[in-house]
Design a protein. Sequence first.
Lengths: 293, 443
Amino acid sequence: MLPNRSRLSVLVFLLPPLLLYGIAVLFPIMQSLFLSFFSWNGISDMEFVGLENYVRMLTADDIFWRSFFNALGYLAICLVLQLGGALLVASLLTSMRRGRELIKTLYLLPAVISTVAIAFLFVRIYSIEPVGLLNQLLHWIGLGALERPWLSDINTVLAAVSAPEGWRFTGLYMLIIYAALLSVPQELEEAARLDGASRWQLFTKIRFPHIMPVWITTTIMATTYGLRGFDIPYLMTNGGPGQSSELLTTYMYKTAFTSTDFGYASTIAVFIVIECLVAVGLILFMLKRKADA
Amino acid sequence: MKKLFTAAVAAAAAIALAGCGSGGTTDPSNVSPTGEVKPREISWLLSRPADGAVINIMKKLADDYAKDHPGFALNLITTPDRPSYIQKLETLAAANKLPELFDTDATPFAQQLAKQGKMVDAEKLLKSLDVYDDYRPSALDYQRFDDGSLHMIPFQFELEFIWYNKALLQKAGVSAPKSLDDIPAMCTALRDAGITPIAIDGQDQWPLERYVAYQPFREAGPEFIQKLKKGEAKFTDPAGQKTVEWLAALGKAKCFQDGFSSQGYSDAQNQFTSGQAAMYNIGTWELPSLATDKLNPDVRDDIDFFTLPTTEGSVTKANEFVSPSGIGMAVNAKTYDPLVSDFLKFALAKYPAEYAATGALSPTTNVETAVPANATPLYKKALEMANDLGDKQAMPWDTQLDPTTNGRLQQELVLLVQGNITPEQFTTTMDSTIAQNAPKFFK
């Protein structure tokens, strides 16, 4: 229990950020919730339609469901690349003797390049006319049959727009996980090694459980960022071809600012908020249960 | 989240423009406001190239006007990227923060603004300034809404042609098409000769949307799209089916370059000007790159153009095709006052001569376009086409359809041409999309 004076000072310091959070985050969410019950194109009178927007979204909108499943695919690819890649690189780094700083910097580099530059860079990499880097590489290693316009092929476009986002933040999560791995007590590892633990056992029984709290945080961060993914797909393909790389976020944006259907766009926005909350809840639940087991 | 970001952008844009005056007349048909001309800064929200002729000339005219009217300034806020511009315009309209002058096509959204009395009646305005009769009728018609009312003033006049490389056609043993229906077979022959038939900017989506407009314009005239957008005509109609089948055939014949949907404006143009692609559909705004000595010398003598081919039983004539007068300028009725009126009178009288001197086609007929010294013979040939136009013109569909249908059409067109969906699937999807969205916009 804090003495009264310091409780007051805690409140004084916490209140401004809380207010800011309320104005910048909670208020727009509430406003979206309010708007989602209306039909409004920005210049017409607002018309109350009750749950009509929700019914349309869940039962009558094929693009909504398409975007939802695309968003899950996008999330899966991003998570594998970001968390899987980060864990792999971080683990390898701990066993390296020299050049750690260089590798760390190189991996972190994409995180500081502007999104627009990354999007344009990858449009060139995937291009087929003129031949881009990826198709050229495939050609050189004798896999010419796989050459294709990656961003125009409806079967590859989703993976193609997810990869840059995954690639971009791998370094960032690698740094966080690497820092956590460094904090694993050396004596524990040594003791395990003396007892004859293999490298794999060392990792699964000692290292990973030790970095679990950090792992949960990074998973939540990566998941919420992944669910909000917008800029790279929007810049690279604008959701196309057709709806093959349309995500909920790009669909919401288009509904609001191209179709000027602000009421329905707010309905999608509310869904994204709920989706993020559910995802975080699920992660916490699963990982807690695993930790308790 | 992202919504927050866009709201912040909108708010910032609104704040930036909040300085624009308010008050003045709100009657859109009152084009001659009385009172004193009080110089102030006015804004023009526009979607034109930042260093293009229109902006440069209007800047100069505004400076000239400011010499006699100290305190006057024209603040030009341009967003050349059209989709971004439209989003900005619609957001500002929603916030009721439109500046004195703003660009828009004759879209259903603009028509709603006009119906709400937010745009000055341009026909009355031009007549009151005594310049109405100077304008090319087709330049004004392009700006009109379906009910014939005019609320935007054109600053350009363009003709769209299909440019082609004679040497590449010859290599493939084909000649310029007599009919639209000849094009798929032409593409096959060109592909067999290892040539990309048509270079297209798929990223911006409007270039492909031009192609869907061609067959119905020939088969059923300009009325088809006017009916289609309201749900009164359908893609299942003969003209609709003709365009769907034709586009599927273009796709099957691999008319467009591989991976066209992710290639941009300059990618497409480079393919044509570097002699890799045989055809390229673009307007006279590209004359400085296609008909002057700036064009790659290797292809310069091989380039020519033809206008939109007709078809058998075509109801529109060969001299009727896409001849847009570009995005138009609307005058905000809420901020229209003696100053705006006086400035427009000054600027619109001097604009055509200045514009024609840059080598571009003026929307008026009272001036002659100067052919640049470095032009190839094609330049003059292209300009002369403007003297012999029919009464009808093919409207680009992206200015006609409601925004949701338009977005869906652009997506489905790519799928149709890539062969990812069948013509039947395309027809069903588009007809139901129109049925769902058109009533909201055209009630």
